[in-house]
Design a binder for this molecule. Structure first.
Ligand SMILES: [Zn+2]
Length: 87
């Protein structure tokens, strides 16, 4: 039973330890990338995880990140570059 990473399409041989990762089959590397991105989104949009609406907003970013949902132009604040991005 091999799962495939939603993000990079590779088979997952090392699953993330985060229980939340069960929702999105993701390799450890991509999950780490998502958690880093999620922190940026939370900071930038001042999301409060105790508020259902904010959790919903983050979930949307999560789905878009993993390619389950298309951006609808609401991601103007989406950071285009990763902190370790190199050209
Ligand atoms: Zn991956």
């Amino acid at each position: 039973m091999t799962k495939t990473c939603l993000k990079c399409g590779k088979s997952i041989d090392e699953a993330p330890e985060d229980p939340a990762a069960d929702k999105y089959p993701s390799c450890a590397a991509c999950w780490k990338e998502w958690t880093t991105y999620a922190v940026m989104v939370m900071n930038e949009m001042r999301l409060d995880m105790s508020l259902p609406e904010h959790r919903k907003a983050l979930r949307k970013y999560e789905r878009i990140f993993f390619g389950l949902e298309k951006s609808e132009g609401e991601l103007e604040k989406k950071p285009e570059t990763k902190p370790d991005h190199m050209h």
